[in-house]
Design a protein around this ligand. Structure first.
Ligand SMILES: [Zn+2]
Length: 313
């Protein structure tokens, strides 16, 4: 009995002796003060948080992906199954609030193309029949991005020919909707139209995916009437007819150079959205996609054409 008491006493002494520096304890306790509780709420990575909710919704995977917002504003998405991850990658492109989103696997993060490419299916219109050949289409497609796939559907009695390329579009490139193309050296060029599946917002002046037209460097060159027309052309409350008419008139002004004034550029910032994907340690069998918010200023990173490898692993 006695020895037990002694032992207890010793233990207590030992505890006292082992106590950490009281100053440390005091200041640690003082952190319970709730300092700042009465101040305004902080919002962290506001946009990342919204994407975090919006994207799994778009993927129809609510509850099946875990999201994690990183300090640098990127978001990682962890998938329960490889199958879901591949499905999400396959169904690209996505947009968030109309701005295009790029996705990538985290395992590709060391590659120069990481978060730098968006896969688009592009329809090539007005290509003369005689040039409807794989090599020709591939060559045209290479001007739009790294070509992954060429699809040529020959015309039938009821359907026109369909020419599409699947390209990995460089996020710093500019969208081309119409272009004169010299198909055969020395022959007159042909004007081709390009239609990007799933493309939403882009700069109507330069084709960038990273900013709105009103912050574009081309903006000061715009005429007042063009500005008004673009407003109508992008207004969801206008009728399709009104929008089409505005776009037609805009094109006419652009082609003929008819002017009615000069618009003043506005100071505004816009951000586009880029997403990445990554893989967590295998034991959890989770996969994820990481999303990054890009500054509207374009980055001059190295560009590559390794997008095919994204599907690996
Ligand atoms: Zn622009």
């Amino acid at each position: 009995m006695q020895s037990e008491d002694q032992h207890q006493e010793q233990a207590q002494n030992h505890q006292v002796y082992q106590q950490p520096d009281p100053t440390k304890v005091i200041w640690k306790a003082l952190q319970n003060l709730k300092l700042g509780a009465d101040r305004s709420r902080w919002t962290v990575h506001d946009d990342a948080q919204k994407k975090f909710i919006a994207l799994p919704k778009a993927w129809q995977l609510v509850g099946k992906v875990e999201g994690q917002i990183n300090d640098d504003g990127t978001v990682n998405f962890y998938f329960d199954t490889e199958h879901h991850l591949l499905m999400v990658l396959e169904k690209q492109p996505y947009n968030y609030k109309g701005w295009m989103v790029a996705l990538d696997r985290w395992m590709n993060r060391e590659r120069p193309t990481f978060l730098k490419q968006i896969p688009f299916k592009v329809r090539i219109l007005k290509l003369p029949d005689v040039y409807r050949r794989h090599s020709m289409v591939e060559s045209i497609g290479s001007k739009l991005g790294h070509v992954e796939e060429v699809t040529i559907v020959e015309p039938t009695t009821v359907k026109e020919a369909e020419v599409t390329v699947k390209v990995h579009f460089d996020v710093d490139d500019q969208i081309s909707l119409t272009r004169e193309v010299e198909l055969i050296k020395g022959k007159p060029p042909v004007e081709l139209d390009f239609r990007y599946e799933g493309l939403q917002k882009f700069c109507l002046l330069c084709g960038s995916l990273r900013h709105d037209f009103d912050v574009c460097s081309e903006y000061p060159k715009m005429q007042q009437r063009q500005f008004e027309l673009m407003d109508i052309g992008t207004n969801p409350y206008a009728t399709a007819q009104e929008r089409n008419a505005a776009v037609s008139e805009y094109i006419t002004i652009k082609e003929t150079g008819e002017s009615s004034g000069t618009a003043t550029p506005m100071q505004a910032e816009h951000t586009s959205v880029v997403a990445v994907q990554r893989q967590r340690p295998q034991q959890r069998n989770l996969h994820d996609i990481n999303i990054r918010q890009e500054e509207s200023t374009s980055q001059q990173d190295e560009q590559g054409t390794k997008r095919k490898e994204v599907a690996e692993g």
